[in-house]
Design a protein around this ligand. Sequence first.
Ligand code: 6PG
Length: 263
Amino acid sequence: MSARGRGPALLIAPAAQALARQAAEMLCCLAVHDCRQKGYCSLALSGGATPRALFALLAATPLAAAFPWRDTHFFWVDERMLAYGHARSNYGTARRLLFDSVGVSKANLNPMPVDGDAGQAAAHYEETLRAFFHAHGQVDPVFDIVLLGLGADGHTASLFPGAPGRRLPDRWVRAVQGGDPAVARLILTETVLNQARRVLFLVSGSAKAKVVRRILESGQADLPAARIRPQKGNLIWLLDRFAAALLAEKTIAEMRPPPSGGH
Ligand code: 6PG
């Protein structure tokens, strides 16, 4: 599963449920590895519908028993400024499908704030990140794992095509407006996403096949998802065969991960 020193890696699952299983097992395996090696794992989760099956798998036997809940610290890649109880709240969804049923301490959950002024909420979350990473001896916010989704228009997290003001290299979190529903949102900046050790894109369904091809075959750097290229980390695309349907055999072969299971 390691792609270090190569370009992005690609894994294709036969269907959505198999994709969720592969992703859940990979997350568990990486988190176990990190917790053994350095005592903790920092994981930034995405919203959207795609990770829901993955959350359900992590919440159930056998992964719930194997996952290192005590030493994994959860953050969010983006969030709508809606109450956590709202059906479109990313934290609320993860809580409902995953965290409510596993033994994770509340102290390990770092949802984005959703009240008050969006700019202040972004600054507040940036403080949360600084406190966490500094306490773990890091100057920069280097997440161990970032889980991302992909929209059919090429957006990822809450980075939307054509959205202005994306270059904020000094900021870790910013407030944006848009998406579905078009409400204020918080998002980790590209700077932070591209510093991660491993970025996993989880994409399923034929509605994403065209944009997957545009990103992986034509290198469409104008699309937000294509701008996610971790500087030093690994980029792994996890697709089901419907999302991968338009990819050329050559692309699939070139992006095949090496047989050795690295981390
Ligand atoms: C969100 C996500 C968003 C999502 C994509 C894909 O909160 O909605 O941050 O970027 O990952 O829109 O969503 P689906 O998985 O629902 O297709």
